[in-house]
Design a protein around this ligand. Sequence first.
Ligand code: MTE
Length: 306
Amino acid sequence: MRWRFHTDLTPDDITPREVFVNRRRFIAAGGALLTFAGMPRKPFAASRSDVLKDTPTRYEDATSYTNFIEFGNGKSVASRRAGALTIKPWHVRIDGLVDNPGEFSLAELVREMPQEERLYRFRCVEGWAMVVPWRGFMLADLLKKAGVKPEAKYAAFETLLRPSEMPGQKSPLYKWPYREGLRLDEAMHPLTLMATGMYGRPLPKQNGAPIRLVVPWKYGFKSIKSVVRITLTDKQPPTTWNMLAPDEYGFYANVNPHVDHPRWSQATERLLGSGLFAGNTPTRMFNGYEKEVARLYEGMDLRKYF
Ligand code: MTE
């Protein structure tokens, strides 16, 4: 199968109305529609030739080199320890400024939400990058289902709190649970995904099973794993890394080659699995999604709101 980048799309391209309606029909008919190969959607357009040269990172690399501090520090810790995590049944609580608060069963959500496959670049704040084919649904669809009240300005996310299965949560260094947040327009952006799978398979536990956020134009720490709660609020929510080191990890955390981390440059990145001698490649503004998301930050000083 040839993966192509989900890029240079307007919201209409991503979900043309007729596709949306068709998808709903498919789902109603009991079929899980994967909108990748042979899907009823407009062809993807790529803006840069380099984009098409990127290929998915090897599954083995993307699933063995992970960050998941709930299982401890170190890239291989989660893949060794996460097996113990119970992920069935799983519920996501949606509360705060919504019309229909409640506990949503993940099994039902997966049946109900239009599923898509999307190939995204993923850039960690530490300087490594990968290319991952995710499967999931748009966060916007979930929030529409919950009915966002007009006063809501932010979405806050929380990871499961279960120290018996997540031994890293015994560490006093962090305030648990892991928390993240997005401005509402970021949360509603069509590129913002709730992923339940990758590489055509269910999400591995070390990568955030059974459901995680994926925000491809932001540093990876925003893409919170194993989500159990989404709260709509009118105040910017506290987030794990920002609380720990506000000078190093901003709330926005947009990938930006011009704004360095205080302890290292963000101008280049290292593609996972590219080999010791491959060298670094330039970091792209908004991780290559500038055309889709730059308008969200018009007029903002990105050095201040980093
Ligand atoms: N979510 C939770 N709950 N706990 C974490 O430690 N790490 C973040 C993010 N989401 C993390 C998390 C960081 S720093 C990165 S780079 C990505 O997950 C890594 O995702 P991956 O391990 O699937 O590559």
